[in-house]
Design a protein around this ligand. Structure first.
Ligand code: ATP
Length: 146
């Protein structure tokens, strides 16, 4: 914990896409413990780069191998942990091309994984900042944002 009493937490993940006849699909992850739909992401472990963490978390949460094609920036949010207090969380987002289509099975962390058209992701994703990252991905992929 820092001297201000705020705990710093660091994760990596992002937008994993595949090409379709109509445009692009991206992967969204439902997490039972938070009852949300989010982009795949998770904690950066000691000795791991942000990029390695993003690719490992994508594999763990979605079953997909992927390759990084760009950076989509950092998102910061705060939440409160019951025992420890306020957490300041940074999530480093990448644009990643899926190297296959087949999604993994649900597990203790992830209750459902889904391919969704990139234009439909806004209605599914729970957090405004995730939607902003998808918008950046659309700009990067040069595809319409609505
Ligand atoms: P990680 O996937 O990094 O291992 P975690 O499950 O430990 O994450 P978070 O996903 O950061 O933790 O969730 C902690 C809290 O923050 C929950 O209350 C969740 O609803 C909220 N949260 C998750 N993602 C976001 C976001 N993008 N913006 C705002 N709040 C979020």
């Amino acid at each position: 914990m820092s001297s201000t009493g705020v705990i710093g937490e660091y994760s990596a993940g992002g937008v994993v896409y595949r090409r379709t006849a109509e445009g692009y699909d991206i992967v969204a992850v439902q997490r039972a413990r938070h009852e949300d739909w989010s982009l795949p992401k998770g904690h950066i472990e000691a000795g791991e780069s942000r990029e390695q963490a993003a690719l490992r978390e994508v594999k763990e949460e979605t079953g997909l191998d992927a390759q990084i094609v760009g950076e989509l920036g950092e998102v910061v949010y705060f939440y409160r942990r019951r025992e420890e207090g306020l957490v300041r969380k940074s999530v480093y987002h990448y644009l990643m091309e899926a190297l296959g289509d087949k999604l993994g099975n649900p597990n203790w962390e992830v209750s459902e994984v889904r391919w969704v058209p990139i234009t439909g992701a806004y209605t599914l994703l729970s957090y405004e900042n995730d939607k902003g990252i998808v918008r950046k991905a659309q700009t990067f992929l040069n595809t319409p944002t609505s």
